[in-house]
Design a protein around this ligand. Structure first.
Ligand code: SF4
Length: 736
């Protein structure tokens, strides 16, 4: 999918029929015949000139920002977005760092709301961007427009306190740990002062274990039957959202709503979100990953303990749990022994399965169900999963018979909760069946993964969709009039093909799609040096390569006086380089920070405030770090970020592609690594005045043919490909 730009924009508030197409696509005539319906136009179009004027010199936005400079790429991006609104198109826009993408989509989106009084949903991957839009960018655009529009920020449901669960936890406080009890006391006061009930408003220490007891959960919500409904934070938020023309949500909420509508909830009222027809998806490069996570299902012995323990447990010699509380009212105390027995059988069965699963994961930490592993599955796994399934099913049947079918207990909080847990157990039983009949589910990746909690190993059993493109097409792209996807990283080798294939956009009629790239206005060509040490061994040479990275990472960070971000692809490589460099750097008064030593946000805060500190990081730190100015002058990308071939979902997707005649390395591994590589590279330049160096310690970028794809996906910079000593000298001169 090569970039396709919109035609010249019409001027004036003309009306256009819905689903009018991009005029530059090849089969214009055929499409016109399809879309020149007699349906009366129902929406006012946006006036490009008026909207663009806000961003031009002296315009409404420009006047409100002291440091604002007009950027051609921002204006071009805005034109594309306006076209997406006026012509009911799907827009994919790669906007380099500094383009100012949020203003470029907010101005058209908010103008569209004003003109047509129709709702817009803006979805992001991270809470950070959600908050930036809600607290800064949207208020600024509304002030510039001189209007007030109701905007509601909806984080994922689990970010809000459930008052009913809090009451329940308060009643069971004798089972809390000391830190949990302290949190409960502090929360009692906080509830009276908070307006949002959001976790982000909490400033007292909050153990995750406590929050998970009191947070909102969709299937545990009693909705209209809840005794706390009138005071409920989440219900109040939903009520506000129902009348708000602008919603800022995250991708999970968007998928929850869109998939429920696609699966039968329909397109005419509130589901998870109120009805909308136009969506902006920011940080769109994460869409496949977010959808994969959203549509995955999982169980483990711990999730089973949690559910069964809430129903029944013996604690310090006493019987506890929701069933124990409810049995007298149901005149069913005589069932206690049976409940205890089946509860124990389930736990025993889950423990046995976990032990065997740990053995299967012993070698690689993961185990995927495939025809190649069929022998192990039949011999060991399937009988144990079947045993667990039948025990769980027996329990859910017993609960069902105990509660009966009458609706008279709808208002009873305990019975509601028991029913919700029963449904969760039924889902686990269903998932067990999917594992047993794995060959009948070629559309799913079924896999086991070993974890470690406080030194105790355990295994998760996960079902992940092999491909999310169809569901995204049907749930997101098909039903909406306009979908604007923006990110700094959507193309590989100047095409959108990889990303469009993965997220379902390639399945959409091309005549409805407009895509384009908007280069960063930052002066990469003069302010950034890209250096590659040609004397680095290839990563295949394990030990020499590791020794080289350990030596080079520390010496390069030392030569620039710190202010470096060193990105790895594995935690073991990170630790090795950290241990090798720490003494050298600390002798120069440079603080070394390591991912895993503190939580992500505190680590980043330290990195930002201690200007010369060096951060050794992996995984999520390849993106989302915004460290402008002298805090970050050197980024070292130690290795090309290829996925390890034994990652089960990735391996399954590669196999699937090969079976369909594709080349998984060139069509999946390389483009995915290029996208991540671009994100890593993008950490350096965050402001126009930034100036620094990116060093790539992996010479495959210059020695392998596919390396060109990595390099050509970066903006033009100064370049130094030489031995490490020469590079070090050059960097010193460049940064002087
Ligand atoms: S309505 Fe739902 S989320 Fe709100 S307090 Fe009740 S159970 Fe919790």
């Amino acid at each position: 999918m090569k970039p396709v730009k919109p035609p010249r924009q019409k001027t004036g508030d003309e009306k256009v029929p819905s689903r009018t197409r991009n005029k530059r696509t090849p089969d214009e005539k055929a499409h016109k015949e399809q879309t020149s319906s007699d349906t009366p136009p129902d929406e006012q179009t946006l006036n490009e000139q008026t909207i663009i004027a806000a961003l031009e010199e002296g315009g409404a936005i420009a006047k409100r920002l002291d440091t604002y400079e007009m950027r051609q790429s921002q204006l071009d991006l805005m034109r594309l977005v306006i076209h997406g609104f006026n012509y009911d198109a799907i827009v994919a826009a790669e906007a380099g760092t500094g383009v100012g993408k949020s203003f470029a989509y907010l101005l058209p989106a908010l103008n569209h709301v004003l003109l047509n009084n129709k709702r817009i949903v803006i979805s992001t991957a991270t809470i950070t961007l959600q908050e930036q839009l809600y607290n800064k960018d949207i208020p600024l655009v509304l002030a510039a427009l001189g209007v007030g529009i109701k905007v509601v920020l909806m984080k994922g449901r689990g970010n809000y306190l459930c008052l009913r669960r809090f009451d329940e936890t308060s009643r069971e406080q004798s089972f809390l740990t000391d830190p949990e009890y302290e949190a409960l006391k502090a929360m009692n006061t906080w509830i009276d002062t908070t307006h949002t009930g959001a976790r982000s408003d909490i400033s007292f220490p909050l153990p995750d274990s406590f929050w998970s007891r009191v947070a909102c959960e969709a299937d545990l919500c009693m909705g209209p039957h809840c005794p706390e409904r009138e005071r409920c934070f989440f219900q109040a938020l939903r009520a506000q959202a129902a009348v708000a023309p602008v919603l800022v949500v995250n991708h999970h909420l968007l998928f929850a709503d869109a998939s429920a509508r696609r699966d039968g909830a329909g397109y005419d009222g509130m589901v998870v979100l109120p009805l909308y027809h136009r969506v902006i998806i920011d940080e769109a490069h994460t869409v496949e990953e977010a959808a994969t996570s959203f549509f995955s299902e999982q169980f483990s012995r711990f999730s089973i303990y949690r559910q069964t323990g809430r129903l029944f447990r013996r604690q310090r010699g006493n019987l506890r749990g929701l069933l124990v509380l409810v049995l007298p009212a149901l005149h069913a105390e005589n069932q206690l022994n049976e409940i205890e027995s089946i509860n124990q059988k389930i736990r025993d069965s889950a423990d046995t399965l976990d032990k065997v699963a740990l053995e299967l994961c012993k070698q690689e930490g993961v185990f995927r169900l495939t025809p190649d592993t069929d022998k192990d599955i039949h011999a060991t796994l399937s009988p144990l999963i079947e045993d667990l399934r039948s025990q769980v099913q027996a329990y859910t049947a017993l609960i069902k018979s105990l509660l009966g079918t009458s609706a008279e207990n709808e208002e009873n909080v305990i019975i509601w909760e028991i029913k919700a847990i029963r449904k969760r157990l039924e889902s686990i039983a269903q998932l067990c069946r999917v594992f047993i009949e794995y060959q009948q589910h070629p559309d799913k990746v079924l896999w086991l993964e070993r974890h470690n909690s406080n030194g105790e190993p355990w295994v998760s059993f996960t079902s992940t969709p092999l491909n999310v493109s169809t569901v995204l097409k049907e749930a997101i792209f098909d039903p909406n009039k306009t979908v604007v996807c923006v990110s700094a990283t959507l193309t590989v080798n100047d095409t959108f093909d990889y990303w469009a294939n993965r997220c379902g956009l390639a399945l959409v009629d091309k005549r409805q799609v407009l895509c384009d790239q908007f280069p960063s206005p930052f002066p990469y060509a003069t302010s950034v040096l890209l250096a590659i040490p040609t004397d680095a061994p290839l990563p295949q040479a394990d030990v020499p390569y590791r020794d080289f990275v350990n030596m080079a990472a520390g010496s390069l960070a030392a030569c620039v006086g710190g202010s470096a971000l060193i990105l790895f692809t594995s935690y073991s490589a990170l630790e090795s380089a950290y241990n090798a460099s720490k003494t050298l750097l600390e002798k120069q008064g440079i603080r070394c920070l390591k991912q895993g030593d503190d939580d992500r946000s505190r680590l980043l805060k330290t990195f930002l405030t201690e200007e010369t500190s060096v951060l050794f990081a992996t995984d999520s730190f390849w993106e989302g770090i915004d460290a402008p100015g002298d805090t970050l002058r050197l980024v070292i990308l130690c290795r090309l970020p290829f996925r390890t071939p034994n990652e089960p979902v990735f391996a399954a997707r590669c196999e699937d592609l090969e079976q369909r005649g594709g080349n998984s390395f060139m069509e999946l591994s390389v483009p995915e690594a290029v996208m991540k590589f671009k994100q890593g590279f993008g950490r350096l330049m965050r402001r126009f005045s930034d100036h620094g160096v990116v060093v790539v310690l992996d010479t495959r970028v210059i020695r392998k043919r596919y390396g060109k794809i990595f390099l050509s996906s970066l903006p033009e910079t100064k370049i130094c490909f030489a031995n490490l000593q020469t590079i070090t000298n050059k960097i010193e001169r460049f940064l002087e």
